[in-house]
Design a protein. Structure first.
Length: 71
């Protein structure tokens, strides 16, 4: 199967970038590839928050948002 292409916007970075992935890639796989801990981020796919088990599709816009806590 051919790779899929997605656009990724990472927290704290201004520019989006395109990434080629295996068609069976999940959100959790992408987070591991980019070095994020699943406990510290929330992911939106095409403007909707998604679970880490969901598969990524060709053309998706993935936004990785850092969880901010404090008091």
């Amino acid at each position: 199967m051919a790779d899929i292409k997605v656009t990724v916007k990472q927290a704290g970075k201004k520019n989006k970038r395109e990434i080629r992935l295996d068609p069976h890639t999940t959100i959790a796989d992408l987070l591991r590839k980019l070095g994020y801990s699943r406990e510290t981020v929330v992911v939106r796919r095409n403007e909707k928050i998604v679970a880490e088990e969901e598969r990524i599709s060709d053309g998706d816009l993935i936004e990785i948002l850092t969880i901010v806590t404090g008091g």
